[in-house]
Every structure is written in structure tokens, then in C-alpha cells.
Write a protein that binds this ligand. Structure first.
Ligand code: SAH
Ligand code: SF4
Ligand code: F3S
Length: 563
């Protein structure tokens, strides 16, 4: 029975798009022999093993709850088969809430015993906060969730003299990590001088450093890893009571109980998979964000529908390795199916980052080609061109296999599809010959946009321990050469738009000019476009712009009409 149900709900794209109802409810409504389950689309509400929130016997008997917990660690999305005296129950877990205190206090090898200690400091009656965000889109999305937590704790955002300062940190390169200490300095000083500001450090440096962050900057009150972002409200309560807390033990991420307070009214970030199971030898992310945890299709669809109802035009699905989406779910799902479901929501534009060349599938290329809202932009970071460097990076592909993907994209989606990437120069052991292969790769692909970085040795990564580190001046020279070539290709890619009319979603003002009426937006392929127009009237709208000037990373044109 459970196999039949699994097969039916695996076909989730079709179920979701056709009816607007999630697959599990539909299966429950169509095949359940229990009247009540059929009427409620399978819903039984929250069940608490030891507490009072037990479901009514008719829907799911108490003995079933115990059996369900007996299945081991329950994860959101899991489907289990439970047999009680009332018959067979196929149960889908939608979300799991863990007890915050027990998960933080549990001794972990890293923390050497609990994360709580008492002391007196921090602000006992805070009313204001500031929030500083560094790092990638995932951190930006986390900051929007942090804002929800802070505001529901009764705090309002101010620019100066906050009672609570929150820094959401990045550790991808050393420079990013150092930003934290530069930023914290003045607040730590203020606190030492007797002003009881509460200092909260969240994000990837928080996770990486844990307790040692408090040893280094004792004025810090709260250290919060990315998996605890939606618990910050409760943790702040404990800080008010004089605790100094480190919340970094691995935990299951539960769904947020309230929507993020978003920065933009038309474009939204939607995280779909947290963490990363890869072992790229240079990268801190698997250590800072933990193992992969996909959000359930139901949760993602619910968020996308809310966005659509609230006038959003574009969403960007987020994951460090988005092609891994769904492989930890039970039943498994995959990223191409998620794209189908996302398209069915009816937003104007769906984007996503980041694809991994090792896992990138043909199905995703076809989904981009076939689905109306999914934009023809592929962010597919190669990192390097030399096969031996790629192998030392543990990326799991070669120059040739990477190029096969690029050709497939061009064959199926046309040359107009945007391809963007990231490059690391000066990885340990990279010779001039290896580096030439990176330049060869750039020539072969001609990226629309390229981010290039000098390799930065990071804590707890293998590459940092390699003996053949490349000199900083060699890295700087290679970085310049990559950037020069990237600008040339960027310009070539921009020139293809000359004379064409392109669809642009207006994002706002051109911040670089003081002139009021310069709009900025992006093409479907992700190219920035500037044009004269009434920003207040056009913001959030799709317009057509005729392109008359090409620059390496942007275009300029004339407004033709509003869609
Ligand atoms: N998950 C994505 C992005 C990871 S971080 C991916 O797999 O591509 C974003 C970029 O930072 C990476 O693509 C890489 O180019 C760069 N990066 C990561 N670690 C780095 C390091 N130690 N030094 C320099 N650049 C690094
Ligand atoms: Fe880092 Fe590699 Fe994971 Fe990307 S795929 S986040 S580079 S470990
Ligand atoms: Fe930085 Fe963490 Fe993102 S290290 S790049 S904020 S995943």
C-alpha cells in the first residue's frame, strides 16, 4: 500500500499543477478508506509524543504516534507506513519541531558540553536593533527571516545606537570573515564602557567559530549557526535573562512559523535546500551550513503561492548545490520536478542558483526550455579548467564533461541562454599551464558574467593544508588576466542584444546616477539594463526596451512599451 501511495505522490508535478492541491492530500482524498481522513485531506495537525497534543483517536490513534516515533529520526517530508488496531496508516511528516533547549544543551564534541553559561550583561530591555548582512543570497534570505524574529520580539530597526546588534556573517574567504571583527570592534568597545548593547553573531562565521568566538570577543552574547536562524526570538529571551549562548549543534531545520520580512516587494528569495554534502577541498560551506536538508515541496509551494498572491513577480530558488534538491526527501524528489511545480504557480519569472556541473541534469535544461516562467540563465561555476586542479578540488567533472553540458544548454535553449560562472585562481598546486586551461575554458564558453576569486585558505578545509600554496602576487596576476578576458567576453555577449527589443523586469533606480528617472532592470538572461523612465510608475513591471548601447556587464536602451 505504502508503495502505491509513494508512486502516486512521486508524480507531484502533475498533481500540484493540475489542481492546486498537494499530492498527499489528493491521494488521501481519493483512496483513503477512513471518512475523516478523506474529508481533511489527510491532515491530523501537530502530534506531540509526550505532550497533550495528541490527535483524536478516529484519525490517528495514540498507539500510531508511538509507532511513528519508533521509526527513528523523523524528517519533514518523510512518508511512513504505520499499522495499528485501526488498520494501516500512511503518514507524511510535514514538519518537525525539536525542543530548542534540549538541542542546544546537548553536549557536542565541538562545544565540549552545553552551549549555555550565565552571566550578567547584554541589554535586559531592548527595543531596537540593527542587522548587518554579509555573504551570499542564502545569507540575505536568512537575514529576512532574522528580521521576522527580531520584529516579533518587539524590536524595531534603527540605524544608530541599537540595543541589539546582529551581524549575519560569511566565511567563504578570509576577507569576508575579517569584516565581522572590524564591524564588532566599536560595539564591543561600547559595551566595555558600560553601555549594555546585546551583540548577536549569526551565519557562517558563527557556525565555524562557535564557542571560540566568545573567547575571542567576550562581549558577544549570542552565537547562532544558520540552522538556528528561526529560533533567534527564543534565544534572545534567554539572553535577556543573563545567558550567553552558543547555538551551533547540528539540528533539523523546521519550517518558519511566520513569513520573512522581505527587502523587495517584487523579487523574493526562496531557499529550497539548506546545507551541502559536497567536499570541495577549498570550501567552508559544508562545515558552516551542515548536511543537505531539502524543504518539502508542500512548504515551498505554499511560500511561492503566498508570494504570487502578494504581487511578487520573480522568485529565485536557493541552494548551495540546487541539483541535489529532493534526494534526502522520502519519497525522493528532484530539482526538475520542483521547477515544474514552481512554473505552475504562475509567477512571471523563476530563477535559481547554484547548479553543480557534477549533478546538473538534462531534465533541468529541458525544464528551462519548456517552462514559461523559468529564466534562460544558467549559473554553473566551473572553478577551474585544468583536470588535475578540478580533481584536487574534488569537483567531480573535467574540462570536457563541463563543455558537454555547455553544448547541451546551447543546443536545447539556444545561444541566447545566459551562462555565468565562478572561477578560483591560485588553487594550491596550480601551475601556469593549469591556469592556461582556465583561460581556455573561458574562451570556449564565453561567460555572460563571471565572478573570479583568488584562492583563500580556509579553516577545516583540506586545500588549506596543501604544501604547494601559490604566491599572492601570482594569484593577483592570474586574477587580473581572468578578469580582463571576462570583460572581453562580457562585451561580446552584450553586443548580441544591440538593436533588439528585450523583456525587462524593472527593479528600481540606477543607483549610480543622481538623475531621478533612470530605471534599472534585468533581461530574462540576467543582463542589467538601464533606460530612461518613471521609476515609481514602472518598478515591478515587465517592460520592453530597445537596446542601443552595449557595455561589458550591462545594456542601455529606450523604453518601447509596458507589458
Ligand atoms: N555552492 C556554490 C557556491 C559556493 S561559494 C558552488 O558550489 O559553486 C561561491 C563561490 O566562492 C564559489 O563558487 C567559489 O568560486 C568561491 N569560493 C569558495 N571557497 C573559496 C575559497 N576558499 N577561496 C576563494 N574562493 C572561494
Ligand atoms: Fe562549497 Fe562545493 Fe558545496 Fe559549493 S558544492 S558550497 S563549492 S562544497
Ligand atoms: Fe558565505 Fe556562508 Fe554564503 S560562507 S557565501 S554566507 S554559505
Amino acid at each position: 500500500m505504502v508503495d502505491v501511495v509513494l508512486d502516486m505522490i512521486k508524480d507531484v508535478g502533475r498533481w500540484e499543477v493540475d489542481s492546486g492541491k498537494d499530492a498527499f492530500s489528493q491521494v488521501a482524498e481519493s483512496i483513503s478508506v477512513c471518512d475523516e481522513t478523506r474529508e481533511k485531506g489527510g491532515s491530523v495537525g501537530w502530534v506531540d509524543r509526550f505532550g497533550s497534543e495528541r490527535p483524536t483517536d478516529a484519525v490517528f490513534p495514540a498507539s500510531g504516534v508511538d509507532l511513528l516515533y519508533g521509526k527513528g529520526l523523523l524528517k519533514p517530508g518523510d512518508v511512513h507506513n504505520v499499522e495499528t488496531s485501526a488498520g494501516f496508516h500512511v503518514v507524511q511528516v510535514l514538519d518537525v519541531q525539536t525542543d530548542l533547549r534540549s538541542s542546544i544543551r546537548q553536549p557536542s564534541p565541538k562545544l565540549k558540553g552545553g552551549g549555555y553559561s550565565t552571566r550578567t550583561s547584554g541589554n535586559e530591555n531592548p527595543t531596537t536593533y540593527t542587522l548587518q548582512t554579509n555573504g551570499c543570497q542564502m545569507n540575505v534570505a536568512d537575514s529576512e527571516r532574522l528580521r521576522t524574529q527580531l520584529q516579533s520580539s518587539g524590536l524595531s530597526e534603527v540605524e544608530k545606537k541599537p540595543d541589539v546588534v546582529v551581524v549575519n556573517t560569511c566565511s567563504i574567504r578570509d576577507h569576508a570573515e575579517q569584516k565581522l571583527y572590524d564591524y564588532l570592534g566599536p560595539f564591543a568597545k561600547r559595551k566595555r564602557e558600560g553601555d549594555p548593547v546585546t551583540i548577536v553573531v549569526t551565519g557562517c562565521v558563527a557556525q565555524q567559530e562557535g564557542e571560540s568566538l566568545i573567547r575571542r570577543v567576550p562581549e558577544v552574547d549570542l552565537v547562532v549557526g544558520p540552522q538556528y536562524i528561526n529560533r533567534v526570538g527564543d534565544l534572545l529571551e534567554d539572553v535577556k535573562n543573563g545567558y550567553q549562548i552558543v547555538a551551533t549543534d547540528p539540528t533539523l531545520i523546521s519550517e518558519d512559523q511566520a513569513r520573512p520580512v522581505r527587502d523587495d516587494p517584487f523579487r523574493a528569495w526562496v531557499p529550497v535546500i539548506n546545507g551541502c554534502n559536497e567536499h570541495c577541498s577549498y570550501c567552508v560551506v559544508p562545515n558552516t551550513r551542515g548536511v543537505e536538508q531539502s524543504r518539502t515541496l508542500n512548504a515551498i509551494v505554499g511560500e511561492m503561492r503566498d508570494l504570487k498572491e502578494n504581487g511578487y513577480k520573480e522568485i529565485t530558488l536557493l541552494g548551495q548545490n540546487i541539483d541535489a534538491y529532493g534526494r534526502d526527501l522520502k519519497p525522493k524528489s528532484n530539482f526538475a520536478d520542483l521547477l515544474k511545480v514552481a512554473d505552475g504557480v504562475g509567477l512571471d519569472r523563476v530563477r535559481y542558483v547554484t547548479s553543480h556541473p557534477r549533478y546538473f541534469s538534462d531534465k533541468v535544461v529541458d525544464a528551462v526550455r519548456d517552462l514559461k516562467s523559468v529564466c534562460e540563465q544558467f549559473h554553473l561555476p566551473p572553478q577551474a579548467g585544468s583536470d588535475s586542479v578540478l580533481s584536487n578540488m574534488r569537483r567531480g567533472y573535467t574540462f570536457d564533461s563541463y563543455m558537454r553540458i555547455v553544448r547541451r544548454i546551447k543546443d536545447r535553449c539556444g545561444d541566447d541562454a545566459g551562462i555565468t560562472g565562478d572561477i578560483i585562481v591560485g588553487f594550491p598546486g596550480e601551475t601556469e599551464e593549469d591556469f592556461q586551461r582556465t583561460l581556455d575554458l573561458l574562451e570556449a564558453v564565453k561567460y555572460d558574467n563571471l565572478n573570479a576569486f583568488a584562492y583563500s585558505p580556509r579553516p577545516y578545509t583540506d586545500a588549506a593544508l596543501a604544501s604547494e600554496q601559490v604566491d599572492e602576487d601570482v594569484k593577483a596576476d592570474r586574477l587580473q588576466r581572468v578578469q580582463r578576458l571576462a570583460v572581453k567576453h562580457g562585451m561580446e555577449r552584450s553586443e548580441r542584444y544591440l538593436g533588439r527589443e528585450v523583456e525587462v523586469l524593472v527593479e528600481g533606480r540606477n543607483k549610480k546616477v543622481t538623475q531621478e528617472e533612470e530605471c534599472m532592470g534585468k533581461t530574462r538572461q540576467g543582463r542589467q539594463v538601464f533606460f530612461e523612465g518613471d521609476v515609481d510608475e514602472l518598478i515591478g513591471k515587465l517592460v520592453f526596451v530597445k537596446i542601443d548601447e552595449a557595455r561589458p556587464w550591462s545594456l542601455r536602451g529606450t523604453l518601447v512599451n509596458v507589458k
